[in-house]
Design a protein around this ligand. Sequence first.
Ligand SMILES: Cc1ncc(COP(=O)(O)O)c(C=O)c1O
Length: 384
Amino acid sequence: MAMTTPATRPANPRFSSGPCAKPPVFDLTKLASAPLGRSHRAAPGKAKLLEAIETTRDVLGVPDDYKIGIVPASDTGAYEMAMWTMLGERPVEMVAWESFGAGWVTDAVKQLKIDHTVHTAEYGEIVDMSALNYDNDVCFTWNGTTSGVRMPNGDMIPGDRKGLTLCDATSAAFAMDLPWDKLDVTTFSWQKVLGGEAAHGMLILSPRAVERLESYTPAWPLPKIFRLTKGGKLIDGIFKGETINTPSMLCVEDYLVALDWAKSVGGLKGLIARADANAGAVADFVAAHDWIDFLALDPATRSNTSVCLKFSDDRIADGPAFAKAVAKRLADENVALDVGAYRDAPAGLRIWCGGTVETSDIDAMLPWLAWAFDTEIEAQMASA
Ligand SMILES: Cc1ncc(COP(=O)(O)O)c(C=O)c1O
């Protein structure tokens, strides 16, 4: 028996967890004033880069005495730049509860080979952040994009810590409240919550992080692309838009358009409310269907951006194959693109709920998820 398809489709089927849906108002003509074919060091380019930095500060509420820089190689570039320039001065606590955090653990343990303690948790769980030694440096990811598990808040991080906290906030910035007084280094990329383009990363430094950079020289060589100091002093220009190497002014323009849209929906508060509404719609669906559940075990740690779901139905014979088949049915119907779980994560679905996604699209997509599940169960039974 063929299942009846739902009557409506989402206007935008893009629910990818990165690059994420562009702001609803986006179209390519909005990039027309990018200073293309001009030097990024000429006045118009520099003004755009500085505007990107200061609007980021404004929307995210970054304190005035924190430095914000635009750096190469997206979030990976920003986070590794911080690790390579600041770690090694003291032991480090490496914290991971999913794939991206695990990648930073590999950096510290196998590449930098610094004195370390590793704290990990399984997919769906979170590390006990109160059990860390904050006299050491601490590296962690605020929102685990591949497990949908996030920090509920920063209360466990002491204000009077001696070490630095290095926070990968790629899928958290612009969707969650980040407690700046608890974060010494914060990084993210444009391609995530605001639906910008990849390639550039943001590096946000507290005064203590700057102090570390100016007082400590790592034992290993640093490529030019990672160098943040010269003669023991911070290269201040990097934090005023004088980028280390050439940025894409098209990407910068696109980020400015996204920031402008962010302000139009109420800034950070508005963005958080949009993500919460999207994740709430998914939560209502999960509550109403006994064959699907969150990967995150503790509701307090459930992400409002990368919402990771698992199927929990005894009739499913092969979990990974089933989840892939459901994701394929959704993509083939053009109702939900790129919603398969991350390649290293447990089988399931991952639905991006960041603020650029419209709740009406989540609402229109969810009946299709029920349809795809029922259709796949039926297909599986028929072939058994
Ligand atoms: C938590 C986290 N860290 C790092 C990255 C890597 O980001 P990028 O590819 O922009 O460097 C991602 C991308 O999905 C992420 O979600």
